[in-house]
Design a protein around this ligand. Structure first.
Ligand SMILES: Nc1ncnc2c1ncn2[C@@H]1O[C@H](COP(=O)(O)OP(=O)(O)OP(=O)(O)O)[C@@H](O)[C@H]1O
Ligand SMILES: [Mg+2]
Length: 318
């Protein structure tokens, strides 16, 4: 039941109506006016004036109480169309004050519930990646290492021709082992845990571009605010996917990664001067970046740059 200052809305309406009925009855009882069994025109006019006065008074009094609620409902309608849902302005007093406060409180609780489940989803995703990374490292990685040792032992006793063949097999095995280790590393950014975001991003660019023709520029603002772990991880994962895309699809001469603080946000950009992403292209990679950004209350833009090439821009709350 809505109440402000101890009076519920229904009791106010009932009180207003009761007061008006009492006034009308008192007027009928104590005024000299009479109504004939066949009303005269003059009596009808008096009755009509009396009725009109009561209807108008009722409208003004009840309307005055309900209008703030109508305003609140239309404000809520407007607020619902925004993302995230805006808070209602809280009037200074009255029933609409109580209602706006309750609605705002409810919205706050819904939002923090959503945030918690998003973060839990993110943590679960990372835990799963870590498990796969561990399995790759301990399973396939260890077996390939064992195969390499075995080949080494066989080569020692082999004749020159077999030794040459074994050298080829060893190279292929070593390449596979490198690949497995690379995948495991990508799945679990140890550097992020051990050295922090700055060094992890540096390691990422070195790893991806040290052998290619693409030149890397990094501009990481000094004194960036400390980010929460999940937010830091999202920045790293988005940088990883954006840079991998440049390496795989960009055909760029230069790629530039910047990380800056803008107001209360941290902004990551990855710009390249390559062929440019086709408009509307969105595979698993781009969709994943966007999803991760939303999970921590940020947003992502991916598009072609004016001068050619692609820009990925991630904004997350610091
Ligand atoms: N920097 C870039 N330069 C040019 N094209 C790009 C760039 N980044 C993405 N693209 C294009 O956008 C498409 C979608 O990218 P997205 O990362 O979603 O998928 P993907 O890289 O093909 O596959 P994956 O799911 O492994 O990431 C790519 O296939 C590519 O054609
Ligand atoms: Mg991709």
């Amino acid at each position: 039941m809505l109440s402000a200052h101890g009076f519920s809305l229904s009791s106010r309406v009932i009180a207003i109506n009761g007061l008006l009925f009492a006034l009308g009855t008192a007027l009928l009882a104590f005024s000299p006016a009479t109504v004939s069994s066949r009303p005269l025109w003059s009596e009808v006019i008096v009755l009509a004036v009396g009725l009109t006065v009561m209807i108008v008074a009722n409208g003004v009094l009840v309307g005055g109480n309900l209008r703030p609620l109508d305003r609140l409902v239309s404000q809520l309608d407007r607020a619902r169309s925004t993302e995230p849902i805006e808070r209602l302005p809280v009037p200074r007093s009255g029933i609409s004050h109580d209602l706006a406060e309750s609605v705002n409180d409810l919205l706050g609780r819904i939002e923090s519930g959503q945030r918690e489940s998003s973060l839990a989803a993110l943590a679960a995703q990372e835990a799963e990646r870590a498990r796969i990374a561990q399995e790759l490292h301990d399973g396939v990685g260890q077996s390939l290492t064992a195969v390499l040792l075995e080949i080494g032992a066989l080569t020692d006793d082999a004749d020159p021709e077999t030794a040459r063949a074994l050298a080829g097999v060893r190279e292929a095995t070593r390449a596979s082992l490198d690949e497995v280790r690379g995948v495991a590393r990508q799945l679990r950014p140890h550097v992020l845990e051990d050295l922090g975001l700055r060094s992890a991003l540096a390691a990422l660019t070195t790893e991806l571009f040290s052998h290619g023709a693409t030149h890397v520029r990094r501009g990481i603002m000094p004194g960036l605010p400390e980010l929460d772990d999940p937010v830091e991880l999202v920045v790293f994962r988005v940088a990883q996917e954006a840079l991998t895309n440049v390496a795989r699809h960009g055909r760029a001469r230069t790629v530039e990664l910047t990380l800056n603080q803008v107001g209360g946000d941290v902004v990551l950009t990855v710009d390249d001067d390559g062929i440019g992403i086709p408009t509307g292209a969105a595979g698993t990679g781009v969709r994943g970046m966007r999803e991760r950004a939303t999970l921590v209350g940020g947003h992502l833009e991916v598009g072609r740059r004016d001068g050619g090439g692609t820009r990925v821009r991630l904004v997350v709350p610091a």
